[in-house]
Design a protein around this ligand. Structure first.
Ligand code: GDP
Ligand code: IMO
Ligand code: MG
Length: 427
């Protein structure tokens, strides 16, 4: 003990990277448990800005061991280019551990992701095109390739054959694409084996032993609660479980080990890709949130859809994750609005609904019911304690806390490590 989970409470991009990096200096291990390089986490340390995709944000803290758990999908070419980029900037990445059970994103998984999206046309999910969904599909279909398979050429070849058997039929006959050659894929994958080898470990054993020895382990979620394959806005979701339970299956750690679950919550809402978003703004306020908040995707460079804070979603995140705390981010972005609307409930077919509707059709029709809170105009980026915030900003935070169902234990007032107000310590 203790093990903490840190995850996105909305649709991703809440500032998980910054929050993880902030805690990274005080924890022994930071573990990614799901997702892959669909994630884009920006971390600002002093005047240096880092964009991480696959690597846990703890990689920037020298004392911390970064771990890629069994639940993650790994694109080796992306992994190496990320490692190279960090090494060139003087970051030591030698402590990294990668589960031998993690699945590999193969080149054909990336191809299938792209052609499937094209085929869906206006019904597309708006994926990041990184092969995430098809790789998890192969895993569930039991035709996936795992990191450990790179060390047995004969098994690897048989597995790639099995995976391509059906896919090549689909690619050639349905999508009018060329078939993918087994040999080429095997050769490419084998080419990664030697460089990966020093990192490959039985991460489940390592993490459980660490917890037995009272080390502090932080599980860092990618994406967010509403992008969860089970609890999100299906089918407009990612193909893994960013919610708290995913940390147990994706890292091989029992739920009894987890003492704290921290939801990262943006002071307004954003979403990338398709799918319902009740508080989305299509006016000058939405444009201003995008501009001031720098809401552009780290992975795909797409503009993020922006809207007001949605307390229904925050309550839902508290429930499905068993959140013990919130880390409220980007409060500084709201500085300058005279009035700030906050969605407290939805109107669905003329009725007021307080909780996230269970039915997808209802959620698509949900209209936000707003309460308007008074804004502030003072610069808050230098605030170090809650009492440094102007009264209206304090009241905004208190109102969000009351509506969202868990204490707000930290507040982000800027992208930098120290632009944070700590209210309750996480450790
Ligand atoms: P993640 O995917 O959850 O790690 O979030 P992203 O990195 O994709 O997006 C969050 C963005 O907000 C990044 O550019 C961060 O540097 C930035 N950020 C994080 N916290 C704050 C904050 O409190 N204030 C401001 N202004 N920016 C923040
Ligand atoms: P971080 O970790 C925001 C979205 C995509 C798409 C859907 C499915 O930075 O918060 P996928 O490629 O995963 O199959 O795409 O999920 N998505 C994200 N949106 N932040 C992310 O990660 C995301 N990762 C995936 O835009 O709508
Ligand atoms: Mg992101």
């Amino acid at each position: 003990m203790p093990a903490l989970v840190l995850l996105g409470a909305q649709w991703g991009d809440e500032g998980k990277g910054k929050a993880t990096d902030l805690l990274g200096g005080s924890v022994d291990y930071v573990v990614r448990y799901q997702g892959g390089n669909n994630a884009g986490h920006t971390v600002v340390v002093g005047d240096q800005k880092y964009a991480l995709h696959l690597l846990p944000s703890g990689i920037l803290s020298p004392g911390c061991t970064p771990v890629i758990g069994n639940g993650v999908v790994v694109d080796p070419s992306v992994l190496f280019s990320e490692l190279n980029g960090l090494n060139e900037r003087g970051v030591d990445t030698s402590k990294l551990l990668i589960s031998g059970n993690a699945h590999i994103i193969t080149p054909y998984n990336v191809t299938v992701d792209k052609v499937t999206e094209r085929f869906l046309g206006k019904r597309k999910i708006g994926t990041t095109g990184r092969g995430i969904g098809p790789t998890y599909a192969d895993k569930i279909n039991r035709v996936g390739i795992r990191v450990q398979d790179l060390y047995d050429e004969s098994i690897l070849t048989q597995k790639v054959e099995a995976a391509l058997d059906v896919k090549n039929q689909v690619l050639t006959k349905l999508y009018n694409r060329r078939a993918i050659a087994v040999d080429q894929v095997v050769e490419e994958l084998l080419g990664y084996a030697d460089r990966l080898a020093p990192y490959v470990a039985d991460t489940v054993l390592v993490l459980n032993q660490a917890l037995e020895n009272d080390k502090v382990v932080l599980f860092e979620g990618g994406q967010g609660t509403l992008l969860d394959i089970d609890h999100g806005t299906y089918p407009f979701v990612t193909s893994s479980n960013p919610t708290a339970g995913g940390a147990c299956t994706g890292a091989g750690v029992g739920p009894t080990k987890i003492s704290r679950v921290i939801g990262i919550l943006k002071a307004y809402t954003t979403r990338v890709g398709s799918g319902p978003f009740p508080t989305e703004l299509f006016d000058a306020d939405g444009e201003a949130l995008r501009r001031i908040g720098g809401e552009r995707g780290v992975t795909t460079g797409r503009d993020r859809r922006c809207g007001w804070f949605d307390a229904v979603i925050a309550r839902y995140a508290t429930r499905v994750n068993g959140l013990t705390d919130f880390f409220l981010t980007k409060l500084d972005v709201l500085t300058g609005w005279e009035q700030i609307p906050v969605c407290v409930a939805y109107e669905i077919d003329g009725k007021r609904v307080e909780e996230l509707p269970y039915s997808q059709s209802d959620f698509h029709h949900a209209k936000p019911i707003y309460e308007t809170l008074p804004g502030w105009s003072e610069d808050i980026t230098k605030a170090k304690s809650f009492s440094d915030l102007p009264k209206n900003a304090q009241d905004y935070v208190k109102a969000l806390e009351e509506m969202s169902g868990a204490p707000i234990s930290a507040i982000g007032v800027g992208p930098g490590r120290d632009e944070t107000i700590e209210i309750n310590s996480f450790l």
